[in-house]
Design a protein. Structure first.
Lengths: 551, 187, 102
């Protein structure tokens, strides 16, 4: 993985020193809150319902064991013993003190981490496929691209005050696990007719108040022009994006208003001026970054590991966990492990300090010292030998992290909602908890099969509800929590927005409604259809009839 | 408003004129784009250098062919969070080769100083109580930069101040080398 | 009109606080000064925004309360959760200190 050089170290250390001085100016009264707020936000420090919240960037969701242990230490020493992994592959601490914020940032800097650009109208943490470097369907490791973009976008002098925040996601594979079509820019690695690697460029996707699927504005961008092309997109957006209305300020509104074709033409025109100047990285710099992401030294193993097959045969629980939480690896004899942060009745994405340390230890021992955070709020051990899977599973059981539910109905994405968030209009975590308890029977979950359920506690859609097969949006109606349900959404390469099924449900009835939807699906399902396939075939009516039938 | 150049408070030789205000002998005016477009001939015959003021919603693309008439271009920040003038500044310096003074006016804060400088601004109209020392200190806080911008390039604006850096030093965005050009704007 | 109190977050640690009768900020909602008219509310907010508080208080605002004989209680879900702590973590926030709530 990427390691800071002297340059990067200097950068974060300068920022810590700068922020320490700014905090001191605020605490002494030299800075007013109005003056200080943008400065703390530039360092990821929000003020939420109960306390400050520090959002720490996890670039493209990759952590070393040492970094994960540091996060555990911060949770224990400066917070209340836990952290929350987010849909942007970051981690949030819910109870830090302003007085200690600079100390936390200094601790993070020791392990090459920071909280810069996790807030504000700038280019945010670049996200990537959490199976990067391990997935069998990958053209190239997308983290090389994401790291190049991370460096280019760090304190970008021209693009630090955009009309609105800006999110970029990268995938190196044709199966999209990074939800690139619902980002401001989505980049998918592709090959052209001559076999050269480059990017398909998708712009203007996003959720929130105006959910839109991104439009492809370039089918193939040669890799070497990545930054000049991004700079062209950002410049067009910076100049023309709306600044009169915060709800219309994202790039998706600009692309929608002028049309993807016209937008693409403007970008191309701008790019002609930028492409052969010195925005793009020279090949040797690209190669320098790429070298950090060289595959780890995999052993030459047979594709099938006899001991693993035997363990799977002998232990039903292990076999079930393997079936759901283990994916195929590109290297023979290896596997990708998804560590579920969705225990029955738990808070999606939360991990205690002890759990973080347990995962760090397992990664150090069994996965080349590397951990991923997925946008689905789970952790990933990307490079585990099949022969070690049983030991990893045992370790996860001990840490209460062995839920065999990856991709199933209880693997719920949920934003923090009104339990923590200042913007929320309703709670989302308790709804997720109640659903996971209702479907606690793992056999039943398996029978239902792959099903993405996503919950947001307000229209900003941090819980991605529009692209859940079942999406739940919490709203406030005269002081009461209500939940609007959408069906048929999808976040992968066939991204589509769900549609509202009908009137919202109360806090007390929303779990019953979810169960009714699932039972209706099971009743209508043919030949192993996935949820969205059944929905597409039978339409919304059978669901509406069951949900809104007079009792 | 105090004017900072090279991290010093300097005397402002220009006068920002409202659209209705008359030209006066010996006064170097900074006029709005509307006034420039309406009174171009009169202004050019006034016998004094002319400055242009652009609102953040006015692109310099509109006057790219006329830059030789302006000694200063003032780009206005209605709020510090309006980032359009950064793009305008880079266009003026890098694409159109503007070599005169590029002035940030409006809501200009020291916490933005480095971004401004890196996009090609070299003069800053700041709030009355701004100390040049604090301004200088803000610029000194962050020395590293990850990407090329207007301060990296051998734009004409830069050539007028400092020798071009060696060719191999121009491209890498990732180096810790001192930047003579940025430094000359900063101090 | 609905009774109101002033709440904010403490600058140093972000804790939820309420303006008490003696212009002292405290963590107990029960100790908050209650305004029962628009004039009283405006005066209360003005006191909260006084320069003396600016170095230790962030973002004071008026919130509606149900004015009960014993003590005021929050009128909204949001303020109830702010006052007590996350409903999903009864071990955190003020609720952890209230007997019988855990």
């Amino acid at each position: 993985m990427y390691r800071y050089d002297e340059f990067d170290h200097t950068f974060v250390e300068e920022r810590v020193a700068q922020f320490r001085e700014q905090v001191a100016r605020r605490l002494s009264g030299e800075l007013t809150e109005d003056e200080f707020k943008p400065l703390r936000l530039m360092n990821g420090l929000y003020l939420q319902l109960h306390a400050y919240m520090l959002r720490v960037a996890v670039p493209y969701g990759t952590l070393s064991s040492q970094q994960m242990r540091k996060l555990a230490h911060i949770a224990r020493r400066y917070d209340k013993g836990y952290g929350h992994f987010t849909t942007r592959q970051n981690i949030q601490f819910n109870w830090p003190k302003l007085e200690e914020a600079a100390d936390i940032l200094a601790e993070l800097a020791e392990v090459e981490m920071h909280a810069i650009q996790t807030s504000g109208n700038c280019i945010r943490n670049v996200t990537a496929d959490h199976f990067a470097g391990a997935a069998a369907d990958e053209i190239e490791d997308p983290r090389v691209t994401a790291e190049v973009i991370r460096q280019w976008s760090s304190l970008h002098p021209e693009f630090s005050f955009l009309p609105r925040k800006f999110k970029v996601a990268v995938t190196g594979a044709s199966n999209d696990r990074a939800a690139i079509k619902v980002h401001d820019i989505g980049l998918q690695m592709v090959r052209d007719a001559r076999g050269r690697a480059g990017f398909k460029v998708i712009v203007g996707g996003g959720l929130g108040r105006t959910p839109l699927i991104g439009e492809t504005i370039r089918e193939f961008l040669p890799k070497r022009y990545l930054l000049s092309y991004l700079e062209a997109i950002l410049r067009v957006y910076n100049e023309l994006g709306r600044r009169d209305n915060i709800y219309k300020a994202r790039i998706k509104i600009l692309v929608k208003e002028i049309g993807a074709k016209a937008f693409a033409e403007m970008v191309e025109k701008e790019w002609q001026f930028l492409k052969d100047w010195d925005v793009d990285l020279p090949d040797e710099e690209f190669a320098r970054i790429q070298a950090y992401f060289a595959p780890p030294p995999f052993d030459d193993l047979p594709a099938v590991t006899a001991s693993f097959e035997a363990q799977r045969f002998e232990n039903r629980d292990f076999a079930r966990w393997v079936r759901n939480n283990v994916d195929a690896h590109k290297a023979p004899g290896y596997a990708i492990v998804t560590v579920s942060l969705k225990p029955e009745g738990g808070v999606p994405g939360d991990a205690t300090a002890a759990q973080m340390e347990a995962v760090a230890d397992l990664a150090a021992r069994y996965s080349f010292d590397e951990i991923r955070v997925s946008h689905e709020q789970n952790l990933v051990l990307a490079h585990v030998r099949q022969a070690d899977l049983y030991a990893v599973w045992q370790g996860l059981i001990a840490a209460e992290l062995a839920s065999a539910n990856a991709g199933l109905i209880s693997d719920i994405i949920s934003c923090p909602g009104l339990d923590y968030c200042n913007l929320a209009t309703a709670r989302s975590i308790p709804v997720a908890q109640r659903i996971s308890r209702r479907f606690a029977d793992i056999e039943r979950q398996h029978d239902i099969g792959g099903l993405k359920l996503k919950i947001s506690g307000c229209i900003n859609a941090c819980g991605h509800h529009h692209v859940g097969h079942i999406g739940i949006l919490g709203v406030d109606k005269k002081g009461q929590e209500f939940y609007q349900i959408t069906l048929g959404g999808n976040a992968d390469e066939n991204a589509v927005l769900g549609r509202i099924v009908g009137p919202a449900f109360s806090y007390d009835t929303v779990v019953d409604a979810v169960e009714t939807i699932v039972d209706t699906y099971l009743g209508q399902r043919r030949n192993g259809e996935a949820f969205n396939q059944t929905l597409a075939r039978v339409g919304f009516d059978p669901f509406k009839e069951k949900l809104y039938a007079p009792h | 408003m105090p004017l900072i150049k090279d991290s010093q408070i300097v005397e402002d030789v220009w006068t920002s004129l409202d659209d209705g205000a008359p030209l006066a002998p010996g006064v170097w005016p900074i006029v709005s784009l509307e006034r420039w477009q309406a009174e171009r001939e009169t202004l050019m015959e006034a016998g004094v250098p002319i400055g242009l003021r652009l609102r953040s919603d006015q692109s310099p693309r509109a006057i790219a062919e006329e830059l030789e008439h302006f000694g200063v271009i003032a780009l206005a920040f209605p709020k510090f969070t309006d980032g359009r003038p950064y793009s305008s500044a880079r266009l003026l310096r890098e694409r159109y080769g503007f070599t005169g003074e590029l002035r940030a006016v409006g809501h200009v804060l020291r916490d933005q100083a480095l971004f401004l400088l890196r996009c090609g601004f070299d003069a800053f109209e700041v709030a009355p109580d701004t100390s040049p020392d604090a301004w200088r200190a803000a610029l000194a806080k962050i020395k590293v930069r990850y990407q090329s911008a207007a301060d990296h390039r051998s734009t004409a604006g830069r050539l007028s101040r400092k020798a071009v850096r060696p060719a191999q030093a121009r491209t890498p965005a990732l180096s810790l080398e001192p930047e003579p050009c940025a430094a000359s704007w900063a101090y | 009109m609905t009774a109101q109190i002033v709440t904010a977050n403490r600058l140093g640690d972000g804790a939820v606080i309420y303006l008490g009768r003696d212009d002292i900020w405290g963590e107990r909602l029960g100790g908050a000064a209650v305004a029962r008219s628009q004039d009283e509310a405006a005066a209360l907010l003005a006191r909260a925004e006084a320069p003396a508080h600016r170095t230790n208080v962030v973002g004071p605002y008026l919130m509606d309360v149900i004015d009960e004989a014993t003590a005021p209680r929050p009128a909204s879900n949001r303020e109830n959760i702010r006052a007590l702590g996350p409903t999903v973590r009864s071990d955190l926030g003020r609720q952890a200190e209230i007997p019988g709530r855990r």
